[in-house]
Design a protein around this ligand. Structure first.
Ligand code: SF4
Length: 455
């Protein structure tokens, strides 16, 4: 039987394999992939959780309100409404106090705090001060904690910026998506290119070196040319913007999002074009002295550390607050109530507003090691000594997804970076297959035969 972890060396075949949707982890290990057991008493399970000894502690706060729906987004929930936001903030503070009163997560220093959404920058200056301040009062926020407020530049006025600066925020992450005015408008973004750049400069003037300014940009948008992507976006970041960090993402089309219809009608960049633009943008930023902090993220200077993104991908202990927030504690995944009314009812009833809590299958624990390495753009087999990866090393070099590193291990090529998630899944699958029990192997064979019979 062909080794399922071998990669085709023919470029077209390789891209077909790596871009195909397939079962997680190379389709391996039906026994080890069994769904985790759910729990019938989420409150009791929550109360039983404790911080994991060897993991950093992160706090995630979700603000599920947006000024408007952006056309590419699959996360829009509630339109900004002053009265509703104030009611929400009151519940959020109650939830923060309640978890702090339990005293379980207050003793360990918090290394990262992230306000995501939605649009956290839509909170008023007073609401920002109250929520950021409450976390500082009630938890042990580490002196070098990365403390991020995510959001949009539109309506993020000087008062809000100063409220964040004065209450202990040290990073803003803006969803800019594009510096092209027309494209921005088609996405539902209101500021022009000029206003966006001017606003970034002004925020930098107010905050100086105390706050890192970071933004997301998307390539492959309908109506975007490949030339404009480089000239009006990537080069703009370096030459004209006050940004300290940037994330470069290939457009992900969420089914049902407003942009999905445009993509259907107008088509999309080819996979080969996306890969070429990823490589070109990455090479450009590297040549300008930017530091690559993950396969998609770049920092201009030491202000940008990209800790939240790294920790979130690895799945370290993350205490969730707010409607729709997700978190992890040890092996447990938590998803908080996503419906606003139900979230408020749950807080008012004295509960942690958990929508779902479940124990992760073993695959999550294994994949953490691989995610940490591949997200940083390398793979070092010596960090997983219990598994012999030699059967795939040479084949993956020949396929062009990684190459030997001077300090040992292998560095992902631009091709490997582009397909990092898939490679990570294959590495995890390989590792799991190497440690599979005889029963797992029998189940795998049975699943393979059943698949062939069905196919
Ligand atoms: S991209 Fe952000 S601001 Fe826009 S709809 Fe989605 S969550 Fe809201």
């Amino acid at each position: 039987m062909m080794n399922p972890f071998f990669l085709p060396v023919d470029r077209e075949e390789l891209m077909k394999k790596l871009s195909a949707r397939s079962a997680p982890h190379g389709g391996m290990m039906p026994g080890m992939m069994k769904p985790p057991a759910d729990t019938s008493d989420p409150q009791a399970t929550w109360r039983s959780l404790r911080p994991t000894d060897d993991q950093p502690l992160v706090i995630y706060v979700h603000i599920p309100f947006c000024i408007s729906r952006c056309s590419f987004c699959g996360f829009y929930r509630n339109r900004t409404d002053d009265a509703a936001i104030e009611e929400y903030v009151k519940r959020l503070l109650v939830e923060i106090d309640r978890v702090a009163d339990e005293g379980v997560f207050t003793k360990k220093p918090v290394e990262v705090v992230y306000f995501g959404g939605g649009t956290p920058t839509a909170l008023t200056a007073d609401q920002l001060r109250r929520t950021v301040g409450r976390l500082h009062e009630r938890f042990s926020i580490a002196p070098n904690c990365e403390f991020t407020i995510e959001g949009r530049l539109f309506a993020f006025d000087d008062d809000r910026v100063r409220a964040c600066l004065e209450s202990g925020v040290n990073r803003f992450s803006f969803g800019i998506q594009s510096f092209e005015t027309e494209l921005r408008r088609s996405l539902g973004r209101r500021l022009s290119r000029e206003d966006t750049l001017a606003r970034l400069s002004l925020i930098k003037e107010i905050c100086g070196e105390k706050i890192a300014l970071v933004a997301d940009l998307i390539y492959g948008l309908p109506g975007q040319t490949q030339e404009h992507w480089m000239e009006r976006n990537v080069k703009t970041v370096h030459r004209e913007s006050a940004l300290d960090g940037v994330d470069l993402y290939s457009l992900k089309v969420f089914p049902g999002s407003p942009i999905s219809k445009r993509v259907e009608q107008e088509g999309n960049w080819s996979e080969e074009d996306r890969l070429a633009r990823h490589a070109e943008a990455s090479d450009y930023l590297a040549a300008q002295g930017w530091k690559q902090l993950s396969t998609t993220h770049w920092g201009r200077n030491a202000l940008e550390r990209n800790m939240y993104n790294t920790y979130a991908k690895i799945g370290v202990d993350m205490v969730p607050f707010g409607c729709g927030a997700g978190g992890f504690i040890g092996d447990w995944s938590i998803m908080q109530e996503g419906d606003l009314a139900k979230y408020m009812e749950s807080v008012d009833a004295g509960m942690k507003p958990i929508g779902m809590i479940m124990q992760s299958p073993p695959v999550r624990r294994d994949s953490i090691h691989f995610t940490r390495m591949t997200d940083l753009g390398y793979f070092d087999p010596s960090e997983i000594p219990e598994t012999d990866f030699s059967p795939i090393i040479a084949n993956w070099i020949a396929a062009g997804v990684w190459m030997p590193r001077a300090q040992g291990g292998y560095r992902l090529t631009r091709l490997g970076e582009f397909y990092q998630t898939k490679l990570n899944s294959l590495l995890t699958g390989f590792h799991m297959a190497a440690h599979a029990t005889a029963l797992d192997k029998m189940k795998m064979m049975a699943a393979g035969i059943a698949g062939k019979l069905r196919g």
